[in-house]
Design a binder for this molecule. Structure first.
Ligand SMILES: Cc1cc2nc3c(=O)[nH]c(=O)nc-3n(C[C@H](O)[C@H](O)[C@H](O)COP(=O)(O)OP(=O)(O)OC[C@H]3O[C@@H](n4cnc5c(N)ncnc54)[C@H](O)[C@@H]3O)c2cc1C
Length: 489
């Protein structure tokens, strides 16, 4: 196979170099195809990049920062990340959740270790989490696959599914104390859904489970190192990446046997134009995006002075108080309002990675959920929430960079309205993501596939959307090399 040394000679074109676009490209290149990746932005990586957003010497993860899903991903397990210079640094505390009065709950090490600090909920936490963590190696690959593929371990997956079907607000009633309830709230709120919504427990349990089974690592030097590794793997296989070229229509692409698009349904409709039958356009228009995020990065003169010791050792801190407060914040966002006291996701990579800032200084990363398309700068409200649990925090701020939800979309068109997950995590979109089709990666256009986070298994840096889409494309080309994709060719 001739490597794609010039446009027009590629077998496969991938539009977009996010983790899913690059994973797709690697899978195709491993099967012997000449692959050409076209990226609109000046640098590769989409939601997996690191930049000096504030001051010289402060390396901030622009989007993704914490990588339990990369740690759990079968695609990344098949890549020798260490040989490609990627070091996953796992903090002692996966995530902590401060409460008023200097207390905190924390996911730390084994289920038993974590439960030991949950007071009246020690037993209940162990009963809920122990079977799930024991089966994690069986369930995680199934949770990172399209639902329509038959799981290899149906009993373990069913056990997880039964526990996760209810809303987090219902599951939280198993717990008596605020600590265990808060841990569940913070993990479930990653869905960006109200905690009364179905499936919020499933996401909460997934994140708790990964906290114990995988850890919540950051990447030494920043998330961009993972992108560098994917690009290095691709180029070693003869593929090439072109940056700074926004694709406006499919017709503008060089000829290729197969095209994979790391874009969301709305962009796909625009790219395909009249080539897409009206019925498919209507089906794709029904795809729902979630709320937005307002993201803030800080350069700090020292570590955040959390009152609770567990927060000082945690890579990630869920800031927002007790279950009811987190639930109220998410409900307000769902109702189209900006919460006065938002639930905030905060990451402090300096806990394990001193390379992110000059000696003694730190970077801090945080965001809160906001209504779609919001232009509101939430930095003040996020800082007030952090200050509540870490008095003196504001005095450490040397500089900050803010991206509203609208800014996020401006930097990356995949973040429609600032939705960082590539589409709402609703029940309908769990079953039919992006639309209800047997194989979710094929489109109505022969040889054209979607491979972004808007396809299963959804948002996050795991590369599995790209890998599954590429396997589908390979199966359709009748190529050996990749295991068959889901659904009949
Ligand atoms: C603030 C924030 C925090 C996050 N935190 C985490 C986290 O801690 N952990 C985690 O696992 N995930 C996190 N995520 C989510 C994660 O980043 C995404 O789910 C993931 O990057 C999706 O990968 P993707 O390849 O589908 O799309 P993207 O990473 O969005 O990449 C899409 C790429 O396609 C390019 N593109 C789009 N349209 C075109 C076009 N027409 N022409 C050319 N190029 C185009 C874009 O420029 C972009 O580079 C976060 C996201 C954000 C924004």
């Amino acid at each position: 196979m001739t490597p794609a040394s010039a446009p027009g000679r590629a077998d496969a074109i991938v539009v977009g170099s996010g983790p899913n676009g690059l994973a797709a490209a690697v899978t195709l290149a491993r099967a012997g195809l000449a692959v050409h990746v076209i990226e609109g932005a000046a640098t590769c990586g989409g939601g997996c990049r690191t930049e000096e957003l504030t001051l010289p010497g402060f390396q901030h993860d622009v989007c993704s920062a914490v990588h339990p899903l990369a740690g759990a991903s079968p695609f990344f397990a098949g890549l020798d990340l260490a040989a490609r210079g990627v070091e996953l640094l796992t903090p002692k505390v996966a995530f902590a959740h401060p409460l008023d009065g200097g207390r905190a709950a924390a996911v730390c090490g084994s289920v038993a270790q974590t439960a030991a600090d949950l007071g009246p909920d020690q037993r209940a936490y162990q009963r809920l989490l122990e079977p799930l963590v024991r089966d994690a190696a069986l369930t995680l690959p199934a949770l990172l696959a399209p639902l329509r593929s038959v799981p290899r371990h149906p009993a373990a997956v069913a056990r997880f599914g039964l526990a996760g079907l209810r809303p987090a607000s219902s599951l939280a009633r198993r717990f008596k104390g605020p600590e265990a309830q808060a841990l569940l709230a913070g993990a479930a709120a990653h869905t960006m859904l109200p905690l009364t919504a179905p499936l919020t427990s499933a996401f909460g349990l997934l994140f708790l489970m990964t906290g114990h089974a995988v850890g919540w690592p950051v990447i030494a030097g920043g998330s961009a190192r993972l992108t560098d590794a994917l690009v290095a793997e691709l180029t070693a296989l003869g593929g090439r990446v072109e940056t700074g070229r926004w694709v406006a229509t499919l017709d503008s692409l060089p000829p290729a046997r197969t095209i994979l698009l790391d874009v969301t349904p709305r962009q796909f409709v625009a790219l395909a134009g009249e080539r897409l039958p009206a019925g498919r356009r209507r089906a794709l228009a029904r795809f729902r995006y979630g709320p937005g995020a307002c993201k803030v990065d800080w350069a700090l003169s020292g570590p955040v002075p959390w009152q609770a010791a567990a927060c000082r050792e945690a890579g990630t801190v869920h800031v927002g108080g007790a279950f009811a407060e987190v639930a109220r914040s998410e409900a307000e966002v769902a109702a189209g309002r900006h919460p006065e006291q938002p639930f905030c996701l905060v990451t402090q990579p300096g806990v394990v990675d001193p390379s992110r800032a000059p000696a003694g200084q730190h970077t801090l990363w945080g965001y809160c959920h906001v209504p779609p398309g919001s232009t509101v700068d939430m930095a003040g409200r996020i800082e007030a929430q952090i200050e509540r649990f870490a008095p003196g925090f504001r005095d450490l701020i040397l500089a900050r960079s803010v991206r509203t939800a609208a800014d996020l979309e401006q930097h990356n068109p995949n973040y429609v309205g600032g939705d960082i997950g590539g589409g709402a995590e609703t029940v309908r979109q769990l079953i039919g993501r992006p639309t209800l089709r047997w194989n979710p990666y094929r489109t109505a256009l022969p040889g054209v596939y979607l491979c972004s986070a808007s396809t299963p298994p959804g948002g996050g840096v795991h590369g599995m959307c790209g890998d599954w889409a590429a396997r589908t494309a390979l199966a359709d080309l009748g190529r050996p090399g990749g295991p068959p994709g889901p659904g009949p060719a």
